[in-house]
Design a protein around this ligand. Structure first.
Ligand code: NAD
Length: 366
């Protein structure tokens, strides 16, 4: 039980249909005078709606995944030239990421209005890509001061992206079970986040306009990211980081595919946490009592099938010939905190199964 836990200070507002009013109140509260709005191509109409009543100094519409450094530098220069003191980001993790890249170098406050379940808004982690290599780091300046969640802004997110993004959130929860700074506080958030996502995602797949289900997903995504920011990157995130950076695979679908295999790799070594995760994902107490690790793997698999989530790395763009290279790149990155040793053979097996889409099988550890 002994722990040292840091909590990040941030105001979080959730209210469907409330984003515009909440934004006006927050800009007033924070004393923002010269506002920059960042929203990508598919998010521009949502941003128009949210900032309609604001005086906006600068609109920025160019957003790319993994934040190329050259793009960040142009956005920073534009913000500096326009004397911006407050940035409003309306969009997914890529858009939030660009706002963070601006805040690294320009003295601005960020208000994040997320429209996916990536969770970047709740972390102090930035990412930048240069010459195909993605670098990440933590910096208190990039943490949004306020997050405004409005489920009405997420109903336009296509169902396949909703599922992949929601499972990206769930991956934050699962990886928090064994990440380097895992503690009882971030475990509690991770488990409640998993419960909310497992409740919300099937409701949204059944009816993409269901605001109650979308609110559950946003709530779960927020908790998942708070847990992740606190616990740090575990085995799952290290693998996905390599796959995204080296082969330019899409972020959320890659997480959705890899997660069940990492859980199957680690669950038997953390039976208590696995049992609690299984319950959060909807397993029965009898199933958990019989075999907590198997119950967790089965519950995730059931959810994955119900959501028709992406299954194979082959389908998200990884070539079979890249598997040995992916193993070599990932192996040195696996944190020492991982509850079981990861070997070249076990990682090869994991990635090959994820590439082919085999049914995840629980690893029993001696
Ligand atoms: P994304 O931001 O790239 O969005 C995916 C697509 O969905 C984009 O085309 C976007 O315009 C569109 N979109 C977003 N919201 C929409 C909506 N409501 N309706 C219709 N279309 C919409 O993808 P993402 O998965 O949200 O974010 C991925 C990025 O976030 C990656 O670069 C990842 O590394 C980063 N990320 C960072 C952290 C962190 O803590 N720093 C955490 C999670 C993710």
């Amino acid at each position: 039980m002994p722990f040292t836990h840091d909590s990040l200070a941030q105001r979080v507002i959730l209210g469907s249909g409330q984003a515009s009013a909440a934004l006006a109140a927050e800009i007033e509260r924070l004393g923002g005078r010269r506002v920059m709005v960042i929203a990508g191509e598919h998010e521009a109409a949502l941003a128009d709606q949210v900032v309609a009543d604001q005086s906006v100094e600068l609109r920025w519409g160019e957003v790319r995944q993994h934040v190329p450094l050259e793009l960040a530098q142009r956005a920073r220069a534009a913000a500096t030239e326009a004397g911006i003191d407050l940035v409003v980001s309306v969009g997914g993790g890529s858009t939030t990421g660009l706002a963070k890249a601006v805040a690294m170098e320009v003295d601005v406050t960020i208000i994040a209005v997320p429209t996916t379940y990536a969770g970047s808004e709740a972390t102090n982690v930035w990412g930048l890509t240069e010459d195909g290599t993605k670098t990440t780091g933590a910096d208190p300046r990039v943490l949004p001061t306020t997050v405004i969640y409005d489920a009405g802004l997420t109903t336009s997110l296509p169902v396949d992206l909703t599922v992949a993004s929601g499972l990206n959130g769930l991956a934050h929860c699962v990886d928090s079970l064994w990440a380097p700074r895992a503690d009882p506080i971030n475990l509690a958030m991770a488990l409640e986040g998993a419960r909310a996502l497992a409740l919300g995602l099937p409701a949204v797949v059944a009816d993409p306009q269901d605001l109650v289900g979308r609110e559950q997903c946003l709530y779960g995504a927020y908790l998942s990211a708070v847990a992740f920011a606190s616990a740090g990157s575990g085995m799952h995130h290290k693998i996905c980081h390599v796959l995204g950076g080296a082969y330019d695979l899409p972020h959320a679908p890659t997480h959705a595919v890899v997660l069940p295999y990492v859980l199957a790799h680690n669950a038997a070594a953390v039976p208590t946490e696995a049992g609690r995760l299984a319950l959060a994902l909807g397993a029965t107490p009898t199933q958990v009592e019989a075999d907590p690790a198997q119950a967790a793997v089965d519950a995730l698999e059931e959810l994955r099938v119900a959501l028709d989530a992406p299954r194979r790395l082959a389908e998200v763009g990884l070539a079979e010939g890249d598997l040995p290279d992916a193993v070599q790149r990932s192996l040195p990155k696996i944190p020492e905190s991982n509850p079981v040793p990861v070997t070249e053979a076990s990682l090869t097996g994991l990635l090959r199964s994820a590439w082919a889409g085999d049914k995840p099988t629980l690893h029993r550890h001696p």
